[in-house]
Design a protein around this ligand. Structure first.
Ligand code: SAM
Length: 286
C-alpha cells in the first residue's frame, strides 16, 4: 500500500481510535447500508484492526481513504461485510419450517409432472439452512423425485459462501443432529480432517450457491418460486427497509407462494402483495 503523498494526519489524530473509526461507520451505513449497533462497535473495531494491520495499514482513516474510497466495491468493502454481519445459523433451526416446506414440496411435485420445484434460501450463511432443506426432502420424498427439486442458496458474505460450498462442519456444528441423520448425511473426516463432518455429495448436489446482496437491484436467482426462506436476515435492515425487502422477495414468488421468515423477526406494517399467515409465514396473494 503506497503511503507517499498522503496528507499528514491532523494534530489530534489517534490511529485505531473511536474518532478514527467514525468514517468506517458512516461508510457502512451510507454505502453498504448496514447500521452498526453501538454494542457491536468495540468487537468490530478490534477485528477490523487486526485484518488491516495484517495488510500493513496503520489506521482506519488510511483504510477508508486509500482502500474504501478508491474502490467502493473492492476487498475493503467485502472485509467490512464479512465482519459486520452476524452469521449465526444451525442445522434444522426452527424445525417446524422444514416440515412445512417438505409437505408443500411433496404436493407441488404432484401438481406438474416433470416440472422442477425450486426453493430459495436467501441469507443462507454457512449453508446449514439449505442443506437441512435437502436432508429433510431426501428423507421424505421418493428418491426418483429428488432430481426435480432445486435448492438455491445465497448470501452477501463471500466468506460464508465459501464455507457453505465446502460443506465441512465441526463436531460443534453438528451437535444435536440425530445419529441416524449423521450416519446418512455426513462423511467423517480422516487424517488432517479428523473430527470434521462433510455433507454427502447426494445432498451437496441438490444446492446451488449464489452471491446475492438483497439490497442490490439484481438478484441472479429464478423468479416464480413457490417458496423462499429468508430467515433472520431482515435484522440487518433498518425498519423502513424491511417492508421493501419483503415486497421484493414477493416479486420472486409465484402467486400463492410462501415466504418463511425467522420466528423472532418483526415486520412493521403490511404489504399490498403478501399476507401474514402466522408470525413467520407469509403468503403471496393468489
Ligand atoms: C443470522 S444469519 C441467518 C442464516 C439462516 N438464514 C438462518 O436463519 O439460520 C443472517 C445472514 O444474512 C446475511 N445477510 C445480511 N445482510 C444481507 C444482505 N443485504 N443480503 C444478503 N444476505 C445478507 C448475513 O451474511 C448472514 O449470513
Amino acid at each position: 500500500m503506497a503511503t507517499s503523498g498522503a496528507l499528514p494526519p491532523p494534530p489530534d489524530f489517534e490511529a485505531w481510535s473511536e474518532k478514527d473509526f467514525a468514517p468506517i461507520v458512516a461508510f457502512l451505513r451510507n454505502v453498504i447500508g448496514i447500521t452498526l449497533e453501538s454494542h457491536r462497535m468495540g468487537l468490530m473495531q478490534a477485528r477490523l484492526r487486526s485484518r488491516l494491520q495484517a495488510r500493513n495499514l496503520t489506521s482506519f482513516t488510511q483504510f477508508h481513504d486509500q482502500v474504501l474510497r478508491a474502490d467502493p466495491t473492492g476487498w475493503g468493502t467485502q472485509v467490512l461485510i464479512d465482519l459486520s454481519t452476524v452469521n449465526h445459523t444451525a442445522f434444522f433451526r426452527e424445525p417446524a419450517h422444514f416440515t412445512f416446506m417438505a409437505e408443500k414440496v411433496a404436493a407441488w411435485l404432484k401438481e406438474g409432472p416433470g416440472l422442477p420445484v425450486r426453493i430459495w434460501s436467501a441469507g443462507c450463511s454457512s449453508g446449514q439452512e439449505p442443506y437441512s432443506m435437502a436432508m429433510v426432502l431426501a428423507e421424505t420424498l421418493p428418491p426418483q423425485q429428488l432430481p426435480r427439486v432445486e435448492i438455491w442458496a445465497s448470501d452477501l458474505s463471500l466468506e460464508m459462501l465459501k464455507v457453505a460450498a465446502g460443506a465441512i462442519y465441526t463436531s460443534r456444528d453438528v451437535q444435536g443432529i440425530s445419529q441416524q441423520r449423521l450416519k446418512r448425511f455426513f462423511l467423517l473426516g480422516r487424517g488432517p480432517r479428523e473430527g470434521s463432518f462433510r455433507v454427502v455429495p447426494e445432498i451437496r448436489d441438490m444446492v446451488k450457491f449464489r452471491h446475492v446482496d438483497l439490497r442490490n437491484s439484481v438478484w441472479p436467482v429464478p423468479t416464480d418460486l413457490p417458496m423462499i426462506f429468508c430467515r433472520n436476515v431482515s435484522i440487518y435492515f433498518a425498519e423502513d427497509e424491511r417492508l421493501a425487502l419483503i415486497e421484493r422477495l414477493a416479486q420472486h414468488l409465484r402467486p400463492g407462494g410462501w415466504l418463511v421468515m425467522g420466528n423472532g423477526e418483526i415486520i412493521p406494517g403490511v404489504t399490498p402483495t403478501i399476507r401474514k399467515h402466522s408470525p413467520s409465514l407469509y403468503q403471496k396473494e393468489a
